[in-house]
Design a protein around this ligand. Structure first.
Ligand code: OXD
Ligand code: MN
Length: 605
């Protein structure tokens, strides 16, 4: 029945896109090798040095196709009010009409690959099956790393009863005899990354890059899944999942939401600077969270690989990621050394005297353009990661004790603060974000791009309904069983633009405080914005962080917070009437508490 539905859909899409042939992928090693051989034979991929980077390949995209395209990403829900102010809405019929025209004959001269894939552990009740149709072999070999792809996923179709159809075309049909470019794609105005959340359907046209094309990731596991989660009572979140173990061998699991480019992969693979404390990785980008029988939140990582930003990754900043990409990895838009290894800005060591840059041109250190694209990526299996947690593939998921939220905030937001309850935690998630400008002193109080739970580009419905859903989740269980929510900020600076906190492996000191708060043993002080560590509650053993710096990191400045609350209010107004009142109430409550403190100080003096 389900197989029949699948065959009918594949046939229908094949007659629409008109590929020369249809190939069903089984996900085997032999198949993968065949595909990679074809990609290298046609020059689309370069095989890297067999000893330095065994079984690794590099790809180089068209310069017009280097990142997710939020402007060309659409939510086609029946009602505009179901897409909300943060999404590009299109009426489903109009969207379909536009795209049917584009998909018609879009795979001429090409092969349509059928990719069955599972998001989440094979036998988890939380997992979902997707079927992606694509005319990009680059997508196939990446999906094989990022998802549980192939026959094993297909075998679960009868049990799951349904699948999420994902149609993808790079939008570059070939006339007979027409040469195939190395990275075919459609021009920007013809790219459409379209989602039909009510139909649980994804149609992506014109881009072969990352989140636009590997449809299991942002499109399925976040945009479509967020809507399914809302309807079904669970949560699909843009969060890493980590396991933290203390020196006594006790462990907890934390999930953490940060906007793109705030170090999620680094935190997920943190190398602890505190002896005896250990962090292991479950996921670096996406968490599907649901309530278990006991009313606790459990999370799975729906993915099976990392699609990480290469730039800035080094043995110094993230040794585990570097070890993960030593073999069986796909690199996209990195630079290539003369001995066929990879290079990017921020990797260990000095730039070599000569490279091939991501545009396949000669590069020497005097060249003004970067050798690797700033959004250059590695695609590597989670099992390559040396600090993978044994629970990463557990069908039940892992119980989450704390949820961390944060962003890049050079001022105002302390190093860490703890919510007083779930609603306050949701307030913290709703207001999180990063400052847009590179911080200089004059822009320290610059514009903050609010990015609720780092989901702004990924909520498949109205942001106000999304925040309401967070609040509703708490009504399904007891408050004591819910994770506690913490706002962290590694990026606070002093007036000379110097980072006050060392970051990276030293972030374990903050994770330790959170761990001990959950155990009820760490000290905290109450402030109008929540609980903050006392100066001595942050373990500074083995590091030189001055009292003055720590005090600055833990400062809650009433004047800065006045501006902050105003700015949050402004953002709330942009959400409109679907914003839950409970969140405005938290805002007013914090405001009132600042006024109380000021009043008390006034009386005291
Ligand atoms: C990502 C992103 O690639 O969030 O993970 O942009
Ligand atoms: Mn991400």
């Amino acid at each position: 029945m389900h197989a029949k539905k699948l065959t009918i859909w594949v046939n229908k899409m094949a007659s629409l896109c008109q590929p020369d042939r249809v190939v069903w992928c089984d996900g085997s090693d032999a198949e993968n090798e065949r595909f990679l051989n074809e990609l290298t034979a046609t020059g689309k991929a370069i095989a890297l040095h067999p000893e330095k980077r065994p079984r690794c390949h590099a790809f180089f995209s068209d310069p017009s196709d280097v990142a997710r395209v939020e402007d060309r990403t659409f939510i086609a829900s029946k009602k505009e009010s179901d897409a909300g102010p943060t999404n590009n809405w299109q009426p489903p019929r109009k969207m379909k009409k536009t795209m049917l025209k584009l998909f018609k004959g879009s795979m001429k001269g090409r092969t349509m690959y059928v990719i069955p894939f599972m998001m989440g552990p094979f036998d988890s009740p939380l997992s979902k099956i997707g079927i992606q149709l694509t005319d990009s072999l680059y997508v196939v070999v990446n999906m094989r790393i990022m998802t549980r792809m192939g026959q094993q996923a297909l075998d679960r179709l009868p049990a799951k009863k349904t699948f999420i159809p994902c149609l993808h075309s790079i939008g570059h049909p070939l006339a007979p005899g027409e040469p195939d470019p190395l990275w075919p794609a459609a021009p920007i105005e013809r790219k459409y990354i379209s989602h039909f959340p009510e139909k649980r359907l994804i149609w992506s046209y014109g881009s072969g890059y990352g989140g636009n094309a590997l449809l299991g990731k942002k499109c399925l596991a976040l945009r479509i899944a967020s809507k399914m989660a809302k309807d079904e009572g669970w949560m699909a979140e843009h969060m890493l999942i980590l396991k933290i173990t203390n020196p006594e061998g006790r462990h907890k699991f934390f999930a953490a939401a940060f906007p793109s480019a705030c170090g999620k992969t680094n935190l997920a693979m943190l190398v602890s600077k505190l002896p005896g404390w250990k962090v292991e990785t479950i996921g670096d980008d996406i968490a599907w969270i649901s309530l278990d029988q006991e009313g606790r939140m459990r999370a799975i990582n729906p993915e099976k690989g990392f699609f990480g930003v290469a730039k800035g990754t080094s043995y110094a900043s993230n040794p585990s990621a570097m070890r993960a990409v030593e073999k069986d990895t796909i690199f996209t838009n990195v630079a290539i050394t003369d001995d066929m290894d990879v290079w990017w800005e921020g990797i260990d060591g000095k730039p070599p005297a000569h490279l091939m840059d991501w545009k396949r041109a000669d590069w020497t250190p005097d060249k003004e353009t970067p050798a690797a694209h700033p959004n250059s990526r590695f695609t590597t299996a989670i099992t390559n990661c040396p600090v993978i947690a044994p629970e990463w593939d557990d069908p039940e998921g892992v119980p989450i004790s704390a949820i961390l939220v944060g962003g890049r905030r050079p001022s105002t937001i302390p190093l860490v603060h703890e919510s007083v309850d779930w609603t306050h935690g949701v307030f913290m998630g709703s207001m999180m974000g990063s400052e847009v400008t590179a911080a200089t002193i004059s822009t320290m109080l610059g514009i903050v791009r609010r990015d609720p739970f780092a989901m702004l580009p990924f909520i498949g419905y109205h942001v106000g309904d999304y925040l309401a859903h967070w609040l509703e989740m708490a009504e399904k269980t007891e408050a004591s069983k819910l994770p506690r929510i913490y706002y962290v900020n590694w990026f606070r600076k002093d007036e000379h633009n110097r980072f006050l906190w060392p970051g990276f492996g030293d972030n374990i000191r903050v994770l330790k405080w959170i761990f001990e708060r959950l155990d009820g043993t760490a000290e905290a002080k109450e402030t109008p914005i929540g609980y903050l560590p006392t100066r001595n509650a942050i373990d500074r053993s083995g590091v030189n962080i001055k009292n003055a710096d720590l005090d600055a990191l833990l400062t809650v400045d009433p004047a800065e917070w006045q501006d902050e609350l105003k700015s949050i209010n402004h953002f709330y107004e942009s959400i409109g009437e679907k914003l839950p009142d409970a969140l405005t109430d938290v805002l007013k409550h914090i405001q009132a508490q600042f006024e109380d403190v000021a009043g008390n100080q006034g009386e005291g003096s």
